[in-house]
Design a binder for this molecule. Structure first.
Ligand SMILES: [Zn+2]
Length: 322
């Protein structure tokens, strides 16, 4: 992956390219921003630009190819082992960094999920940041900079990354990856600017499963309590996907609200479910929709606080079926 192939983040590319070209790279960077928006791709593009035998990040030389395959002897990648990055991992890295680079001009290390450095590991890493051994380049990445020790943060050059805009993401999904225009629209709208979400396991959730979920949801009525509880029970078991499922519900009711306001169809998320939206909108009022959106919001907050999931979902679905 070269800088040019990375979508968006023009300012960050400019800063990094200029630093490479002028030989003024910092010893340590911290790339900050949401999951899946391209921080790691940018880090690898930077390493490639630094290691490339032609000095361009060409993609063809052996150095570039080794970076792409993660088997360059001077590139180390540190990731959480389970829930945390542990001190043993940092010590092993420090040992590696104490040797001279084998093939490149410097040793580099990517630390992905820097907020997961446990306190001991963080303090150990601090020593490396204070006195970098020889010529090293450390790139820390995190969606939660406030979760990283402030002493680590202050020793890195911090580079914030923003989410990709909806239109930007849609265009890229359609043009570069050949995703169908309607699907690209829905994926971009639901992925909050995250390429990883749009293409990973969310792809099915946001496309096919979304239709099934909304079909079941719109089929519920307060009179038929059993199907309602069945759905709540099934959803309560999906702890990991639940925030995204609620996002799907929220997007649907937001669509109904926009439809009520006579907004153009292109502004809706579920442009492939226009018929359902027309039908359902006829049964809702402005205030019923606001109430339902409020209920979804409230249950999102409750679920963040680890309340009884099934109970929270029972109540939510009853409110949505009203
Ligand atoms: Zn190259």
């Amino acid at each position: 992956m070269t800088f040019t192939q990375i979508l968006g983040h023009q300012r960050q590319k400019y800063i990094l390219r200029r630093a490479v070209a002028s030989g003024r790279l910092a010893h340590a960077y911290m790339f900050e921003g949401a999951e899946g928006i391209g921080k790691r791709l940018m880090a690898l593009a930077l390493v490639r630009a630094v290691f490339c035998l032609k000095g361009t990040g060409c993609g063809d030389c052996t150095a570039c190819r080794k970076v792409d395959h993660h088997n360059h002897p001077d590139l180390h990648i540190l990731e959480p082992d389970g829930a945390a990055i542990k001190i043993d991992q940092v010590r092993a890295l420090q040992k590696e960094l104490s040797f001279r680079p084998l093939e490149a001009t410097k040793k580099t290390c990517l630390i992905d999920g820097a907020e997961k450095l446990n306190p001991a590991a963080g303090n150990a890493l601090l020593k490396t940041l204070e006195e970098p051994p020889g010529d090293t380049l450390l790139i820390l990445m995190t969606p939660q900079p406030e979760g990283v020790l402030s002493t680590i943060r202050s020793r890195c050059q911090r580079l914030p990354f923003s989410r990709l805009g909806r239109e930007h993401l849609k265009e890229a999904l359609a043009e570069r990856l050949g995703v169908d225009e309607t699907e690209a629209h829905v994926l971009a709208a639901l992925s909050e600017g995250s390429f990883k979400k749009a293409l990973g396991k969310h792809r099915d959730l946001f496309l096919e499963r979304r239709k099934d979920l909304l079909k079941t949801l719109t089929g519920l009525s307060q009179g038929s309590i059993l199907p309602l509880f069945d759905l709540a029970e099934a959803l309560a078991k999906e702890k990991e996907s639940l925030p995204d499922i609620l996002e799907i519900f929220q997007a649907f009711f937001r669509d109904l609200l926009l439809f009520h306001h006579g907004r153009p169809e292109q502004e809706l998320v579920n442009i492939d479910l226009l018929e359902t939206i027309h039908r359902r909108a006829g049964r809702e009022t402005y205030s019923s929709l606001l109430r339902k959106l409020g209920a979804i919001n409230a249950s999102r907050q409750q679920l963040d606080r680890n309340v009884n999931r099934q109970l929270a979902l029972d109540v939510l679905l009853m409110q949505l079926a009203a």
